[in-house]
Design a protein around this ligand. Structure first.
Ligand code: NAD
Ligand code: MG
Length: 389
């Protein structure tokens, strides 16, 4: 156990893949000795949420699903843990005084609570990508206004954050996001046309939630990460590069004006990035596998193929157009992804629908308020549903 100053923390989305990994890191770093657990939130998985809240001594437990309020209340009766539900409950969790908030709700649902935590000045450990993809400038504005730190948890952005020399930002030429290529890296488009949910959800290297696993197979995950990187590190679209690296050992790289490239390497385990964000700027002892270079033997690289993976081209289009195009891309993608998960549409249709929606809504003006971001997101969803019907 590392000796550290006790900090208070809330985890939005504690029952998911990032959430449970975060609790594992918290336990490893000393549990209640090191962290004061303020709020935990989940959606459907009440038994797990209740067990986490009791085990970590949380003050507040929230389910996003209002219909589960009574079930959560029952599961926590007699524990003294406060219970809330729905959107207002999520906001209550975000606003409860914790120094650090892990933003690990999946999708656009994470936007409003993360924004609320940013506005009150919490340090945000950011796993949720949609905050930056859909509302980049406004979200960064909320962080600045609140005065907290923004600590990237997405492994690629965490890697860049680790190797970005703060006093040399002017000398950054490019960032290079690595991509595993997912389960369909070597597939032709015709092979991808009729892949099933089961094969799409099987990631070669990382163990993650369902939606991000499928987004990795379509490379929409990398598309979101390109837009995320642009905002996080204040880059132009052509400074954001992607390279396919099937072993997922190099998590990303920064190229400088002198030609040097700095990379961060590690085993593909999200507890690296989570632990770095929770302990920043200190490096704690973490329970992750150590790299054995003799066993690794080789690291491979391939240029990404935007014809087979059009999501990458769409990300570039969204970055160049700016404004609400990130929100439009993401809203249309989420609807298409849900249709693929429910078996009502094919794998390749996701990018086709997203591109058609981006063309249809290319005229939308930039957003100056969050309401305008939510409106662009809603318009994109309506347009995608119409095309999928
Ligand atoms: P997940 O599906 O495993 O977990 C999502 C969490 O959000 C769960 O706690 C779930 O109960 C909650 N949730 C789901 N729908 C909700 C709603 N409508 N309202 C409120 N809460 C809701 O997802 P995950 O893989 O842990 O990913 C979480 C976020 O982190 C995503 O934005 C993902 O892109 C990002 N991320 C994940 C990984 C990873 O390794 N899993 C890596 C990088 C970034
Ligand atoms: Mg990532």
């Amino acid at each position: 156990m590392t000796s550290i100053e006790k900090r208070s923390i809330s985890i939005l989305g504690s029952t998911g893949s990032i959430g449970t990994n975060t609790l594992d890191v918290v336990r490893h770093l000393g549990g209640r000795e090191a962290f004061d657990m303020v709020a935990l939130t989940g959606a459907g998985n009440i038994a797990l949420l209740a067990e986490q809240a009791i085990g970590h001594g949380a003050r507040l437990a929230v389910t996003a699903d209002e219909s589960q309020y009574i079930a959560l209340k029952d599961a926590l009766s007699g524990t003294g843990i406060e219970v809330a539900a729905g959107q207002s409950g999520l906001l209550e969790a975000a606003e409860a005084e914790a120094q650090v908030v892990m933003a690990a709700i999946v999708g656009t649902a994470g936007l409003a609570p993360t924004l609320a935590a940013a506005r009150r000045g919490a340090d945000i450990a950011l796993a949720n990508k949609e905050c930056l993809v859909s509302a980049g400038d406004l979200f960064l504005g909320a962080i600045r206004q609140g005065g907290g730190r923004l600590l990237p948890v997405d492994s690629e952005h965490n890697a860049i954050f680790q190797v970005l020399e703060e006093n040399q930002r002017h000398a950054v030429e490019r960032v290079i996001l690595t991509a595993s290529g997912g389960p369909f890296r070597t597939f032709s488009r015709s092979q991808m046309a009729d892949v099933t949910l089961e094969t799409a959800r099987t990631h070669p290297n990382w163990s993650m939630g369902l939606k991000i696993s499928i987004d990795s197979a379509s490379m929409f995950n990398k598309a979101l990460e390109m837009i995320e990187a642009k905002h996080l590190f204040n880059l132009t679209p052509d400074q954001v590069e992607v390279i396919v690296h099937p072993q997922s050992i190099i998590h990303s790289m920064v190229g400088y004006a002198d030609g040097s490239v700095l990379a961060q390497l590690g085993a593909p385990d999200m507890r690296h990035a989570i632990g770095y964000a929770l302990q920043y700027p200190r490096r704690a002892q973490l329970p992750v596998e150590r790299l054995d270079f003799a066993k690794l033997a080789r690291l491979d690289f391939e240029a990404p193929d935007e014809t087979r993976f059009p999501a990458l081209r769409l990300a570039r289009m969204a970055m160049v157009r700016g404004g609400v195009q990130g929100a439009v891309l993401n809203g249309a993608k989420e609807v298409s992804l849900e249709a693929f998960i429910s078996g009502t549409t094919g794998f390749l249709t996701m990018a086709e629908v997203t591109e058609a929606v981006m063309e249809e809504l290319a005229h939308l003006p930039p957003a100056t308020t969050m309401d305008e971001v939510f409106e662009a997101d809603a318009e994109a969803r309506r347009a995608a549903r119409r095309l999928l019907d």
